[in-house]
Design a binder for this molecule. Structure first.
Ligand code: UD1
Ligand code: CA
Length: 434
């Protein structure tokens, strides 16, 4: 069935107490409205977003990653509220699904239920553990007659715990007909979308409700709810990955972005963060490591390793306290305490403890290229741009400032001096002074 989707995102998000527009706050690495748009795209080719508050920021962000979203600016001065948001919006299809930009946990599978029911109005409801803040459902003989908002509800009505989830499917004709009939005579002087239910009943139109899951349809209005939604989404992401074969030690302590991909057999230990669009194939990521927007295959990293964006790590061992950035490592061993940035390191090369690629000269970043079978001694600095060819030995403590040719030894050390019995003289002299 062809449907249009309208995502409401014009509100002030006051309860969020933030300078960032509410719908741009991130859940599992992506602005919460992204999750809503992605689910919408699975259902519709005609997606609209209603904006107003900080609309430039919202539109700019969304347009970075999505094409073809139709933006509408709500006339908030004259028509505030969720009903006002829909006024004047022209959509393509006969059925219109209304979603909120602050519901990052909704899933296309649940939304399909709204479209399969034949009625002028379909709305989602749930029995809330704590109904405070939600619109209360007024029923008569199993039929939804009206929705009363928290701020307009009498003490009696506030006791109702069946609430409006805030997701609806409308018949377009009904919507266009009923929107001009909305009034703003209520506690908030707003045009409530929820009053359309009463209008539908008055006009004898069919209204059906669907029981939905409270968690999946939760709205994020505050930072506490943001944290809660994050936890729920993280649980889902990790559950799906474990079902697909990923081993996780203490999954509660692991963070994984929504776009991370795992293939083959992977082990993720406690405290690991996988951020951005990572692809991780047959890898063991050890405790408390961070992997950001990188590709890893047949490798291990950590404990306490940090792989920063745009790295490609294949058949490689990365040990503790190693930081890698924008580097290609293929068949490399880097067991301890190193910084490898803007580098390419080839097969069979061993990176000794304390190796540093000096990639930044204060103005620009430069590359370090290291060939095959290079033995880099401990405490080596490679001052980029620099190239080390295959089969090279770099002596411990060397600062490499020139390219090193194939098969060579590179050594840059000052001579070691020994002063006999210096220790005894030194401390005795001190004692004498006292
Ligand atoms: C709304 C519902 C309430 C329901 C709850 C579910 C109304 C009047 N109330 O309340 O019945 O239980 O959602 O979560 O609809 N928005 C606009 N323009 C506006 C005002 C809001 O686009 O003028 C957008 C917001 O950006 C947000 C969505 O509409 O994405 C919902 O607004 P919000 O203020 O969060 O409504 P609730 O008070 O949660
Ligand atoms: Ca809300």
């Amino acid at each position: 069935m062809k449907i249009s989707v309208i995502i409401l995102a014009a509100g002030f998000g006051t309860r969020m107490k933030s300078n960032l527009p509410k719908v741009l706050h991130k859940i599992s690495g992506y602005p919460m409205i992204y999750h809503v748009i992605e689910q919408s795209q699975k259902l519709s080719d005609d997606i609209h977003a209603i904006v107003y508050h900080q609309k430039e920021k919202v539109i700019e962000q969304i347009e970075k990653d999505f094409k073809g979203i139709n933006f509408h600016t709500q006339d908030v001065e004259n028509f505030s509220g969720t009903g006002g948001a829909l006024m004047g919006v022209e959509v393509k299809h006969e059925k219109v699904l209304i979603l909120c930009g602050d519901m990052p946990l909704i899933d296309e599978k649940d939304l399909k239920g709204f479209l399969n029911l034949d009625a002028h109005v379909v709305l989602g409801v749930f029995k809330a553990k704590n109904p405070t803040g939600y619109g209360r459902i007024i029923e008569q003989n199993g039929q939804v007659k009206a929705i009363v908002e928290q701020k307009d509800a009498s003490e009696e009505k506030q006791k109702i715990d069946i609430v409006n989830a805030g997701v609806y499917a409308f018949d377009k004709q009904f919507l266009q007909n009923a929107l001009p009939r909305l009034e703003n005579k209520n506690a908030q002087n707003e045009y409530y979308l929820t009053d359309l239910i009463k209008i539908a009943n008055e006009q004898g139109k069919s209204v059906k409700s669907i029981l939905v899951d409270e968690q999946d349809f939760m709205g994020v209005n505050s930072k506490a709810q943001l944290a809660l939604a994050e936890e729920i989404m993280q649980d889902k992401i990790k559950q799906n990955l474990m079902e697909a074969g990923v081993i996780m030690r203490l999954p509660k302590t692991i963070y994984i972005d929504a776009k991370a991909k795992f293939e083959g057999e992977c082990i993720i230990e406690n405290g690991v963060s996988i951020e951005g669009e990572c692809v991780i194939k047959n890898c063991h990521i050890k405790a408390n490591s961070i992997i950001e927007s990188s590709y890893m295959e047949n490798s291990d990293a950590g404990p306490m390793a940090r792989i920063r964006p745009d790295s490609k790590i294949i058949n490689t061992h990365i040990g503790n306290f190693v930081e890698v950035k924008k580097s290609i490592l293929n068949g490399v061993k880097a067991g301890h305490l190193s910084y490898l940035g803007d580098s390419e390191i080839d097969e069979g090369t061993n990176v000794g403890c304390g190796t540093i690629t000096c990639n930044y000269d204060g103005m620009k970043k430069h590359k370090t290229i290291i060939g095959k079978n290079v033995f880099i001694g401990s405490d080596t600095q490679l001052v980029a741009p620099v190239k080390v060819e295959d089969d090279v030995i770099i002596a411990a403590g060397t600062t490499v400032t020139k390219d090193v040719s194939k098969g060579s030894l590179a050594i840059a050390r000052s001579q070691l001096k020994q002063v006999k019995d210096f220790y005894y003289k030194y401390f005795k002299a001190k004692d004498v002074k006292k």
